[in-house]
Design a protein around this ligand. Structure first.
Ligand code: NAP
Ligand code: GDD
Length: 362
């Protein structure tokens, strides 16, 4: 790996800037890059509450002389902060993972979502262009861009058909990245990542909501959880596998676009059944529509009910990715598939609560 010199004239490996370092993916990517010897810079937002919890394991005191993790305040809606951070960190690689990433919430705050997820990308690209740095850029595109799918499985050349303000903003970002690549010869790789989860997933995404809720029920802390559309299907992978793919895309000689997925699709219902099975519950369904309920047949207790507030004005019914291009060019393949993912998340629930998971998992 090429060595460089930092401001203190110390030899360092490559430098990366992660926008969105406090999120699920940002935290795994920071760990991955640090383990590869990178100096890692991250943009964090000012918040009245603590927002660096996912970085606890890698946090380094600013007074440490050999630290390789630097956090800078900034925001994708503040161009000057982006220019300043790029100038301060002089990155070789930039990962744009920053986003208002909740699809349902994007219907409530469409203008803000577009500002961050679409214009934010443009601000970042323009700041890199102005800096004249030859930094390689990764853009966090999403399978949501396929929306009401026009082809199954979805691959890089499947047409987009977005169904939410979030997805529309991500489509804009995808194309503005291509435009800057073509217009200015910048190295920009568009990842089109299908859903990826982990114990660090935000608590309002359906997988984490299910594992956290069922663990609470198992521990007697809650009676039931409320969900929306049980029949939506997603191609769910494991976040640490996916951040490795982001890095691999930036090690290529030429920029390219890649679908990253597992090639399996499962419904929300199946995810809940598998999570319940792991903690010795037998989840059976009764009724239909808003009246449908999930019952633990072992106890007779209703553990899942429907709340229509979790339905979306327009839904993405089923996603299934074909990541054969990534396999061929990058040698990337998912290591973790559906059942193992659910298990990792369920075990994570007990570990988070400092409990021995083997006492609860069947
Ligand atoms: P996440 O956990 O929601 O993290 C999003 C990150 O963006 C957080 O660090 C957040 O900071 C930051 N952010 C939000 N608004 C910002 C702003 N105005 N300026 C700067 N940073 C801002 O999302 P994730 O699951 O890690 O996903 C990472 C990226 O991949 C996102 O762009 C997402 O849309 C995309 N993606 C995710 C998936 C998936 O399944 N996870 C699939 C495809 C694409 P705070 O911590 O301060 O909120
Ligand atoms: N969040 C949530 N909460 N979703 C629910 C619920 C619920 O109570 N009940 C059912 N669902 C359904 C949603 O309607 C959706 O069809 C599916 O579960 C998955 O929802 P989320 O976990 O919120 O993820 P998402 O697929 O909408 O979006 C995630 O994946 C995208 C990649 O395809 C996010 O991470 C996006 O940022 C990402 O781009």
């Amino acid at each position: 790996m090429t060595k460089k010199f930092n401001k203190r004239n110390q030899k360092v490996n490559k430098r990366a800037l992660i926008i969105g370092i406090t999120g699920q993916d940002g935290s795994y990517l920071a760990e991955f890059l640090l383990s590869r010897g990178y100096e890692v810079h991250g943009l964090i937002r000012r918040s009245s509450s603590f927002n660096t919890g996912r970085l606890d394991d890698i946090y380094q005191d600013p007074h440490e002389s050999h630290r390789r993790l630097y956090l800078h305040y900034g925001d994708l809606i503040d161009s000057h902060s982006l220019l300043n951070i790029i100038s301060e960190s002089q990155p070789d690689e930039i990962y744009n993972l920053g986003a208002q990433s909740h699809v349902r919430v994007s219907f409530d705050i469409p203008e803000y979502t577009a500002d961050v997820d679409a214009l934010g990308t443009t601000r970042l690209l323009d700041a890199v262009r102005a800096s004249k740095l030859p930094a390689k850029i990764y853009q966090a595109g999403s399978s949501e861009m396929f929306g009401k799918v026009l082809e199954t499985p979805q691959k890089e050349n499947t047409p987009f058909n977005p169904q939410s303000p979030y997805a529309c903003a991500k489509v804009f970002s995808h194309f503005i990245c291509k435009n800057y690549r073509d217009s200015y010869g910048m190295f920009i790789a568009n990842g089109i990542l299908f859903n990826h989860e982990s114990p660090r997933r935000g608590k309002t995404f359906v997988t984490k909501k299910i594992t956290e809720g069922l663990a609470d029920i198992r521990l007697g802390k809650k009676d039931r959880i409320y969900l929306g559309n049980l029949d939506a299907k997603r191609d769910w992978g494991y976040a640490p596998d996916y951040v490795e793919a982001m890095w691999q895309m930036l090690q290529e000689e030429k920029p390219n676009d890649y679908v990253i997925s597992t090639g399996e699709t499962h419904s929300v219902r199946e995810f809940a059944e598998e999570a319940a099975r792991l903690i010795d519950m037998d989840l059976q369904w009764k009724g239909s529509g808003l009246e449908e309920e999930g019952i633990d047949a072992k106890t007779g207790q209703t553990i899942i009910s429907i709340d229509p507030k979790y339905y979306r004005p327009s839904e993405v019914d089923a996603l299934l990715g074909d990541s054969s291009k990534a396999k061929k060019n990058l040698g990337w393949e998912p290591k973790v598939k559906f059942k193992e993912l659910v298990k990792i998340m369920m075990v994570g629930e007990f570990e988070e609560r400092k409990l021995d998971s083997s006492a609860y998992l069947s």
